[in-house]
Design a protein around this ligand. Structure first.
Ligand SMILES: Nc1ncnc2c1ncn2[C@@H]1O[C@H](COP(=O)(O)OP(=O)(O)O)[C@@H](O)[C@H]1O
Ligand SMILES: [Mg+2]
Length: 374
C-alpha cells in the first residue's frame, strides 16, 4: 500500500566557490496514497534533484538546505544517514533512466533483483526469488522462470528497464520514483514498458513520482502533474486539467511543443515538374551471405522505394530492428544492396560498396543499379 507524501518548502542548493547556488526553490506538493504525480519540465529544471531528495539524497556538491519531506509517518530529512540508507530500496525506491548503467554486468539479473530484499532482512532468498518471478510475470517479461539466470547484456533494453522495476518493487516500497525510465527506449518498446509500469503500480496501489519531459507519457501515467522550471514550481493540477487548459505560459509552451505542426507545409509538397534529388527504387538489403536467388541470409529491407526532392527532409521511423539504419547505410554505400536502383541527379554519385559492383542504368549518367545485368 502506498504512503502519503508531503513535501513543504523544499530548497536545494549547489555549493560552488563557497557560495550556495539555488537549484530547487520553495517547492511544495502532496501525493495521496496510491497516486502518481508527474514532475515535468525541461532538462535541468530540477526534476532529478527533487526526485533524489525524496530518499534524503543530494548529489555530490549539492545540499538540501531547507524544507520538510514526509513519506507516510517518516520525516525523511530528520533521519540519520544510516536510517536514510535503510529507507532506500525498502520504503522509497528509485528506477533510473538507464537500467544498463544501474545493473552490474558481471552478476546475474536475479542476484541483483533480490539483493535488497535480504539486505534489508525482509525475507529469505528463496522467497525473494519466488517474488521476483511473480514480478517478472506481472511486468510481462518473457520466460519469467528463467530470465533471472541471464546477465544484463543478454536481455533487450526494454526488458532490462522492466527488470529494474522488479528490483525496485521487490521490497513493496511505499513510494517508487521513476526517473525518465523509458526515455532511452524506442517508441514501440516505450509504450509496452509504460503499460507494464502502469499496471504494476496501479495493482499494488504504490504511490509514485514519475519524472519525465514527455507529455505523452505523462498523459498515460499520472494522476497529477507538477510543472517545474529552473527549480521553481510553475503550476500543479490534475493531469487532464494541465493538458486541456494549462494556466501558466511555460506549461502552454510545453504543451504546444508536444504537438508539433508540420514544418512549412509548402516545402513538403515538391514541384511535380522538378527533378528529384534522390530516387531509391526496390531496394533489397540485409546481412550475411547471399543465397542462390541472390538474397541475403538475414534480410532487413525488401522493396523499399522513395523519392526525395531538393530541400525536403524524409523522416524514417520504425521500431528498433525495423531497418532504419540499414536503409541509411545502403544509401551511403556501407551495405551492399541485393537489389536496388539509386538515382542521384544533382551530381554524379554512386554508392561504393565493397563486394558489390554497380553499373549505370543507362537512362541517366549518375545512377547505379543492382543486381548487375549479366
Ligand atoms: N552535482 C551537482 N552539482 C551542482 N549542480 C548540479 C549537480 N547535479 C545537477 N546540478 C544542476 O542542478 C540543476 C537541476 O538538475 P537536474 O535535477 O538533474 O535536472 P532535470 O532532472 O530536470 O534534468 C541543473 O542546473 C544541473 O546543472
Ligand atoms: Mg533528470
Amino acid at each position: 500500500m502506498g504512503a502519503r507524501v508531503e513535501v513543504s518548502h523544499l530548497n536545494i542548493v549547489a555549493q560552488a566557490g563557497g557560495k550556495d547556488l539555488p537549484l530547487v526553490t520553495d517547492v511544495s506538493f502532496r501525493i495521496e496514497p496510491g497516486e502518481v504525480l508527474a514532475l515535468i519540465g525541461e532538462s535541468g529544471s530540477g526534476k532529478t534533484t527533487i526526485a533524489l531528495s525524496l530518499m534524503g539524497y543530494a548529489r555530490q556538491g549539492c545540499r538540501i538546505s531547507g524544507g520538510t519531506i514526509r513519506v507516510g509517518d517518516v520525516d525523511v530529512l530528520g533521519l540519520s544517514a544510516g536510517e536514510q540508507r535503510s529507507l532506500r530500496g525498502r520504503t522509497v525506491s528509485y528506477i533510473a533512466q538507464s537500467a544498463a548503467a544501474s545493473f552490474n554486468p558481471s552478476r546475474t539479473i536475479m542476484d541483483q533483483v533480490v539483493e535488497s530484499a535480504y539486505i534489508h532482512g525482509l525475507m529469505p532468498r528463496e522467497q525473494a526469488e519466488a517474488k521476483a518471478v511473480a514480478l517478472f510475470r506481472d511486468l510481462a517479461l518473457p520466460n519469467p522462470q528463467t530470465i533471472g539466470q541471464r546477465y544484463p547484456h543478454q536481455v533487450s533494453g526494454g526488458q532490462l528497464q522492466r527488470l529494474m522495476a522488479a528490483m525496485a518493487l521487490i521490497c513493496d516500497p511505499a513510494l517508487v520514483i521513476l526517473d525518465e525510465p523509458t526515455t532511452a527506449l524506442d517508441v514501440t518498446t516505450q509504450i509496452e514498458v509504460l503499460q507494464a509500469f502502469r499496471r504494476v503500480v496501479r495493482e499494488r496501489n504504490t504511490t509514485a513520482v514519475y519524472v519525465t519531459h514527455d507529455l505523452a507519457v505523462v498523459a498515460q501515467m499520472a494522476d497529477r502533474i507538477l510543472v517545474l522550471r529552473q527549480g521553481r514550481q510553475q503550476e500543479q493540477a490534475e493531469t487532464r486539467q494541465i493538458i486541456e487548459s494549462p494556466q501558466h505560459d511555460y506549461t502552454k509552451s510545453l504543451i504546444a511543443a508536444a504537438k508539433p505542426a508540420p514544418r512549412d507545409a509548402g516545402r513538403l509538397v515538391p514541384d511535380a515538374a522538378a527533378t528529384p534529388l534522390l530516387e531509391v527504387r526496390s531496394l533489397v538489403a540485409g546481412y550475411g551471405a547471399l543465397d542462390t536467388r541472390g538474397l541475403p541470409s538475414s534480410p532487413v529491407l525488401s522493396d523499399v522505394s522513395f523519392t526525395l526532392h531538393r530541400g525536403q527532409a524524409l523522416g524514417v521511423i520504425g521500431e528498433s530492428g525495423s531497418g532504419k539504419t540499414t536503409l541509411a547505410r545502403a544509401i551511403a554505400g556501407l551495405v551492399a544492396p541485393a537489389a536496388a536502383r539509386f538515382c542521384l541527379t544533382a551530381r554524379r554519385w554512386r554508392p561504393m560498396c565493397r563486394g558489390a559492383a554497380a553499373t549505370s542504368c543507362g537512362a541517366c549518367k549518375s545512377c547505379s543499379r543492382w543486381p548487375i545485368p549479366r
